[in-house]
Design a protein around this ligand. Structure first.
Ligand SMILES: [Ca+2]
Ligand SMILES: [Ca+2]
Ligand SMILES: [Ca+2]
Ligand SMILES: [Ca+2]
Length: 457
């Protein structure tokens, strides 16, 4: 069921498969679509990178470490040998790669026992504001700050408590022109905000969830913090809280209702999906789910007002289990609920922006199991792009890796290979972009249980 006004016509299977992935459906001029978007096109990688030196259980962080305009990536391997349902990880090893597959540097020794079932305390950020990214990682009860281009240790930030390293969020709590407070937490009761010398600005205890998000809700130059069901002032006092069950898995700040005059809204994924205004009024609740995961806003339906909210419902965590994708409109009304026919409950879903030149964001679903290939869907939940079947259990990242104005998608297998995908036929990982890139907030506050804001960079 295609919206004819949005996509000029339904694509024939023949034309989509004839294009496969030479990019022939897109004109080379200014990224203007030459015709309707592809239907279920199989993507071929523009580059494949051996990441085995980064170790098993590691996760990817993206950023321009070298200052040449192209992104590099760091594989951060967590420590292992304990139950991460109760204790936070530290970083065991960091391995920096460029997009041509070269290892730039490595810190620590990857182990064979690492497993990651939770967040990893790492970020890529220009903490000292000198124009070059650093790699921040909690190791041995301190945050170590490494030079992004060569891995040399530049600074350390002491941590205030043994378990204060579940993840790292960088925020602007003092209102100067550079965010450089580090907000850390344990699993899952306590948050600490630190200056770069380790001074504790405040601590907060509550139902603080997996990860937080910072946003200057009142426009005074200082970030408010949303951790779990609590919205905090920059000094750590509580502004308001959400009266919800369970715990928060996802937090986003976005103008979901498409009305900037009433400010941004706050989307929280917990047992259900909930939208609040910045004053703490609940605007809607979507609870036609068993366990909401990965709630995220995006402009999946440009034909509808405001943003839509996508997500995943973990219907049954058993064996074989079941999950399902969903999409609701800006008022929380269901647009789509997947009726999945093959088993599996471990899917991850999120929004991808700017991957192709067609209007609207794309809905990425991966780690689906049951033989379902990862895919990018439009707002009608028709699959526009699919990834090779060997990526069934891959993890995904995305961003404008090549600085060409279009996002690339990276898929990577555990301790194996990373694959870069683009819809630009001229995309080339060997081409230098322009330097001087600023690390987007979405990427310097990246984590497994991510939060973010829209528009996202
Ligand atoms: Ca670079
Ligand atoms: Ca720097
Ligand atoms: Ca503020
Ligand atoms: Ca609004």
């Amino acid at each position: 069921m295609h919206n004819v006004s949005r996509f000029a016509a339904s694509v024939s299977v023949l034309s989509a498969s004839a294009c496969l992935w030479s990019g022939c459906s897109l004109s080379q001029d200014a990224g203007v679509p030459a015709g309707p978007p592809p239907e279920n096109a199989l993507l071929d990688p523009i580059a494949t990178i051996d990441i085995s030196r980064g170790g098993v259980g590691s996760r990817m962080w993206l950023g321009d470490l070298t200052g040449d305009g192209r992104y590099e990536f760091v594989m951060a391997q967590p420590d292992g040998g304990f139950n991460d349902a109760y204790f936070p990880h530290s970083v065991q090893a960091l391995t920096a790669f460029d997009l041509e597959g070269n290892v730039l540097w490595q810190v620590g020794e990857p182990t064979e026992t690492a497993r990651s079932g939770s967040d990893i305390p790492c970020q890529l950020y220009d903490l000292d504001n000198d124009g070059q990214l650093e790699v921040l990682a909690a190791m041995n009860d301190e945050v170590r700050v490494y030079n992004g281009s060569n891995g040399e240790l530049e600074a350390t930030v002491p941590l205030p408590a043994e378990h204060a390293h579940d993840c790292i969020l960088i925020a602007n709590l003092d209102g100067d022109d550079h965010p450089d407070q580090l907000v850390v937490k344990d699993r899952y009761r306590k948050v600490w905000a630190l200056d770069t010398d380790g001074t504790v600005r405040f601590t907060f205890e509550g139902n603080v969830g997996h990860f937080g998000w910072n946003y200057d809700l009142d426009g005074d130059g200082k970030d408010e913090l949303i951790f779990g069901y609590h919205v905090l002032n920059p000094d750590g006092t509580q502004k308001w809280s959400m009266d919800l069950e369970g715990h928060a898995d996802a937090i986003w700040v976005a103008d979901v209702d498409g009305d900037p005059s009433n400010g941004v809204e706050i989307l929280v994924g917990g047992d259900g999906s909930y939208l609040y205004n910045a004053d703490g009024d609940q605007l809607w609740a979507y609870e036609d789910t068993v366990e909401s995961q990965n709630a995220f806003p995006g402009n999946f339906r440009p034909d509808l007002p405001g943003l839509e909210v996508g997500g995943l419902d973990r219907i049954d965590r058993g064996d074989p289990g079941l999950d399902g994708l969903f999409l609701v409109d800006a008022k929380g009304r269901q647009l789509y609920k997947e009726e999945r026919t093959v088993p599996g409950w471990a899917s991850i879903a999120t929004v991808v922006r700017g991957f192709d030149a067609y209007p609207g964001d794309l809905f990425l679903a991966y780690r689906r199991g049951g033989g379902l290939e990862p895919g990018l869907y439009d707002g009608k939940m028709d699959r526009r792009y699919r990834f090779p079947g060997e990526l069934e259990w891959a993890h995904f990242m995305w961003g404008d890796l090549l600085n060409d104005g279009r996002s690339e998608v990276v898929a990577y297998t555990d301790g194996g290979q990373a694959y870069i995908f683009s819809t630009d036929a001229n995309a080339d990982v060997k081409k230098h972009g322009h330097g001087g890139r600023t690390q987007p907030k979405r990427l310097y506050n990246w984590t497994r249980y991510w939060g973010s804001e829209t528009p996202v960079e």
